[in-house]
Structure formats: structure tokens, C-alpha cells
Design a protein. Structure first.
Length: 259
């Protein structure tokens, strides 16, 4: 299976890897995550729908040990047509500390063609380390975040033109830095009508889907919700797009401020 087709069907997983948690010294986020929020996307290439993906924060908080936590889920799957060529069904789950918005636990289950992989990570934020289900223990940066928590965490910041947000994340047994650049403001057609968006570019240092394989651009609504309504991965020919086609605001509303 060539990389282009694989990227089409795994775009949302790669996007999550491209927006990660804040490095030491970054400004504090201005709000919490929105419980019950769900965003559903179509994944398109050359005008053809190749698959679907959703990202959801559960309405109810859960616990990891003694810590209250958000439960965040990202699921991506290929449609029946593309499944005949290369079937994808991936599920990623993050358990994110309610107070500090860092990772407590992360789980993934991947089914991509003949590839099968399951993995779970437990984060020890006091000792700055992560333990894999294999027993391997790896040192992390302070307040390390998995790739899914990282995407939501990045949305909590107020971005300024000409300035970058420098952030870290722990992925695939490594710690990777990332720079998120605010390129411009732009009005685009969305399910909400034509709205002003912030166009951001994650400059990746991650050896995954998008490293040195073209630019990744994300359109976030220029309001307190910071909804990613459009995501584009530039490839050799054209681009792979993730387009928001359904949005559920959740139970906290658009102004869920940090207390």
C-alpha cells in the first residue's frame, strides 16, 4: 500500500501527532476541555471521500488512580470502497488530568491493512516517566502529553500573529518538540457558514506520517472554541483533507474557562 493511500485514511491520527502539549515556559491555557464535544470529519483525496473520523470528549469525568480525568476518543475508519483496497480502523484513547491537562494514560488499537498493533502507556507525572504495557519505562519531559491530549491542549491557547507556540509531546517511545506557527487569518466555508479562521502550521519534529513529506495546515475557528474545521496535508500530488461535517458543542459551552 503506498504512503498516499495510507495517509488518506490515517489523516486524523497524524494531525493529532502534529499538535501537542506545551513546553515549559509556555503561556497558561485560557480554558478547559469541553465535556461532551464531538467533531466528525470526512477524509478526502482528489474530491473523493476515503474515510471518516471523529474526536470526542466524554460528558462524564472518570478517574485514573486518584486523579479526575477527561476521557478523549479518536476513531478513524475507511469507507467500504477504500476498505477493499486498504482497510483502516484505528482507535486512540487518552485519559487527561482534569486539573493540569496533562496525560495520565494513553491507549491505541490500530488495524491498517495487515498491520495490527495495540499499546497502552501510563504516565507518572511526579517522576517524569512513562511505563508501556511491555514493561519498558522511558523518561519524559515535565507534564508530558500524548498525541491526542496534545491536540486538545493546543486548542486552549490564545495564538498571536507572528508568534509561535513551542510544545513537546511523547509519542512512540520518544519525546519530540514541535513549533506551531500562526500564519494568517482567513475566511472559509464551513458547516457554520463562512467564518474567520486562524491558519496554523505545525512544524513537526516527529518521525511519522508528515515528517518532511509536505506541509500540514489546520484551520481553527477564530473564537473561544478553536474548532479545527479543515486540515490539509500537502503531498507530492494535491492534498489530503479532513473536513468537519458534524459538530456537537457538548455540555460546557464555548466559554469553559479555567477556574
Amino acid at each position: 500500500m503506498n504512503n498516499t493511500k495510507r495517509n488518506i485514511l490515517c489523516l486524523l491520527a497524524g494531525l493529532a501527532a502534529g499538535l501537542s502539549g506545551a513546553a515549559p515556559g509556555a503561556a497558561e491555557p485560557f480554558r478547559k476541555f469541553n465535556r461532551g464535544e464531538k467533531m466528525t470529519y470526512t477524509i478526502e483525496y482528489a474530491g473523493i471521500t476515503a474515510g471518516y473520523s471523529y474526536m470526542r470528549v466524554d460528558s462524564e469525568l472518570t478517574y485514573v488512580g486518584q486523579r479526575r480525568a477527561y476521557h478523549i476518543v479518536n476513531e478513524t475508519w475507511s469507507n467500504p470502497f477504500f476498505s477493499k483496497i486498504y482497510q483502516v480502523h484505528d482507535r486512540f484513547e487518552a485519559f487527561t488530568d482534569y486539573q493540569h491537562l496533562y496525560s495520565l494514560r494513553y491507549q491505541k488499537k490500530q488495524r491498517e491493512g495487515s498491520y495490527r498493533h495495540e499499546e497502552s502507556l501510563d504516565f507518572d507525572q511526579e517522576q517524569n516517566k512513562v511505563t508501556y504495557n511491555t514493561g519498558q519505562v522511558i523518561a519524559t519531559t515535565p507534564q508530558a502529553r500524548d498525541i491526542l491530549t496534545s491536540l486538545y491542549y493546543a486548542r486552549t491557547f490564545s495564538l498571536e500573529s507572528g508568534k509561535s507556540l513551542y510544545i513537546d509531546n511523547h509519542t512512540d517511545k520518544n519525546n519530540y518538540p514541535l513549533e506551531v506557527k500562526l500564519l494568517r487569518k482567513e475566511k472559509v466555508k464551513t458547516i457554520f457558514g463562512k467564518v474567520e479562521c486562524l491558519v496554523v502550521e505545525p512544524v513537526l519534529r516527529y518521525p511519522g506520517l508528515f515528517q518532511n513529506k509536505g506541509r500540514l495546515l489546520v484551520w481553527l475557528t477564530n473564537d473561544s472554541r478553536r474548532i479545527p474545521v479543515l486540515m490539509k496535508s500537502k503531498i507530492l500530488v494535491g492534498s489530503i483533507n479532513a473536513v468537519l461535517n458534524e459538530y456537537n458543542q457538548g455540555i460546557d459551552g464555548p466559554n469553559y474557562l479555567v477556574p
